[in-house]
Design a protein around this ligand. Structure first.
Ligand SMILES: [Ca+2]
Ligand SMILES: [Ca+2]
Length: 227
């Protein structure tokens, strides 16, 4: 089922960028396309990320049972602490790498003085609950993310950018608003939480100064690695 969602997601990505959108991408001499999007963490399958801290879940006594800790902290699927002796892997940002291609349009002449490079000027992510189309409380309305890597993509070349697609703050919450972790902990989410990340890549044709953006959807999900 999870793998099927990934395949469906990739199909969705392809269909969105093929359709094209944004503020006049046809105004630029070249067009920008998405070659691939991959999670940086090898441990994760597809775009399935950990929604809670990974723990040895041995209970507050720090020793694996049996017998289990009588307070219910052992094998309950969550890190119990502080004050308990369970191991914990801290929540972290989840990163992806996006490979983009700067594709020459048919009929557009290559500039003799170095082609027609495209410059990636920014990336913005909007998060949508795939069930109701709204932005969940734990997610920012819009997230402008820092990108590292090949911001300038040569004429008919490719470039790879690395960026955060989910912040650890979305998982941890801010005290007032429950994070993804809290939704698992309270039972609001039983086993898997789904979230669509709508990614806008803003770029500029450096020869005619025309700016445009392309958009695609990355279907994400979160699981509890302890159960
Ligand atoms: Ca536990
Ligand atoms: Ca124990």
């Amino acid at each position: 089922m999870r793998r099927m969602r990934i395949y469906l997601g990739l199909a969705l990505i392809l269909s969105v960028w093929l359709a094209g959108c944004g503020s006049g991408p046809e105004g630029a001499g070249n067009r920008l396309t998405v070659v691939s999007i991959t999670p940086v963490e090898d441990a994760n399958e597809g775009f399935v990320f950990y929604g809670v801290e990974e723990t040895d879940d041995v209970g507050c006594d720090g020793v694996a049972g049996p017998p289990k800790d009588p307070d219910g902290t052992e094998q309950n699927g969550f890190w119990d602490g502080p004050g308990c002796f369970e191991s914990k892997t801290e929540l972290a940002d989840d990163l992806v790498e996006i490979t983009l291609r700067n594709e020459r349009r048919p009929g557009v002449e290559a500039d003799p003085a170095g082609g027609r490079p495209l410059l990636v000027t920014g990336v913005r992510i909007t998060y949508i609950d795939p069930d109701d189309g709204t932005t969940p409380a734990y997610a920012p309305q819009r997230l402008s993310v820092q990108v590292e890597g090949d911001r300038e993509i040569a004429d008919n070349g490719t470039g790879t950018l690395r960026l955060t697609i989910v912040t650890k703050e979305m998982k941890a919450g801010d005290g007032a608003t429950p994070g993804i972790r809290d939704l698992f902990f309270t039972g609001a989410v039983a086993s898997e939480l789904f979230l669509d990340a709508i990614v806008d890549v803003f770029a500029r044709d450096t020869l005619n100064n025309e700016s445009f953006n392309i958009q695609y959807v990355v279907p994400l999900s979160f699981i509890n690695p302890n159960i």
